[in-house]
Design a protein around this ligand. Sequence first.
Ligand code: 1CP
Length: 344
Amino acid sequence: MSSSRLLNACRREKTDKIPVWLMRQVGRYLPEYRELRRRMSFMEICKSPEISAELTILPVEKFGVDGAIIFSDILTPIEACGFDVRIEEGGGGVAVENLKTEKDIEKLRSYTPDSTSFVYESIRIVKKMLNGKVPVIGFAGAPFTLACYLVEGGTTRNMLSVKQLMYSNAGLWNRLMDSLTDVVLHHSREQVRAGADVIQLFDSWVGVLSPLDYRKYVMPYMKRLVREIKTAGCYVIHFATCSAGILKLMQEAGGDVIGIDWRIDIGHAWEVIGDKTGIQGNLDPAKLLADKRLIEEEARSILDKTGSRPGYIFNLGHGVLPNTPCENVKFLVEYVHSYEVDVA
Ligand code: 1CP
């Protein structure tokens, strides 16, 4: 595995080709997944390690991506704690049972990785199937983003209930974040123990916060989390959307690589982050709905800014959209691999 492009990039070493994988590379845009979903619910698939392992390696075989992200969800450990999680049919959002009181925090405190053993079993199967071909990416939701689902009961535009809790009840907020940090830490470590080479932390919604709020209400937990996950012996990719205002703070919080969305120029993002940390992103997933000429143009403009710089991983700025044509995904991956890097 030491010669893997993705891991080389995590170490900020030069690679023969630019590593590429896509967030949500397994999902509704894949006909194989849609077919499976006619027979099984999303959670049933997550809890069937043989099946989730097959799905995990599908984009490696079909498109030649440089990493296999395990088929699961950021809400899997939340459901395992006894919160009702409902994935809305037809590609909608998710509904999560609200966390209301101290007693609900006890449910998080009682989490043990035994209740999510199917994830680790899936990783073990994937490791065997891949036999070192590409690294395995485990993942978890970051505490703030999980708190959003628990407090809002789903995703909302401005996360006002979360903010209200944060600003008005510091004690409860701290206990909630502390408990979620422990859940994510235990879940991530167990994924590494099962064979995950990289852990991506999805702080998808943290961009709703001001820099000051991020520093005060989120950063201490992220610092502890990243530091302690890394002691398990893996690389950490730290991802958020709408993060232009907090990029430097995210970098300070930790991670070998910072994942960014498309709302910021990648050259500028790298200036902010500095040269001690890698960067991942940042093609707008909507570009994959366009024709190949535009996809190539847009990918090239990103690669021209980042291509030969060690520590760069090509990815989208957020997940693959459900109506994305598979042939565009294949085209993109092949184009990134064909981009000539300066190996000197
Ligand atoms: O290829 C892969 O990445 C598959 C594994 C995977 C991952 C990494 C899934 C499967 N979900 C995730 C991460 C995830 N889940 C995130 C972080 C990435 C992001 O910001 O998009 C988030 C926020 C979720 C929560 C979630 N799960 C949503 C979003 C709801 C919202 O608030 O907008 C949804 C719809 C799900 C269900 C889900 N998870 C995964 C799939 C394939 C699906 C769709 C299930 C279906 O309808 O069949």
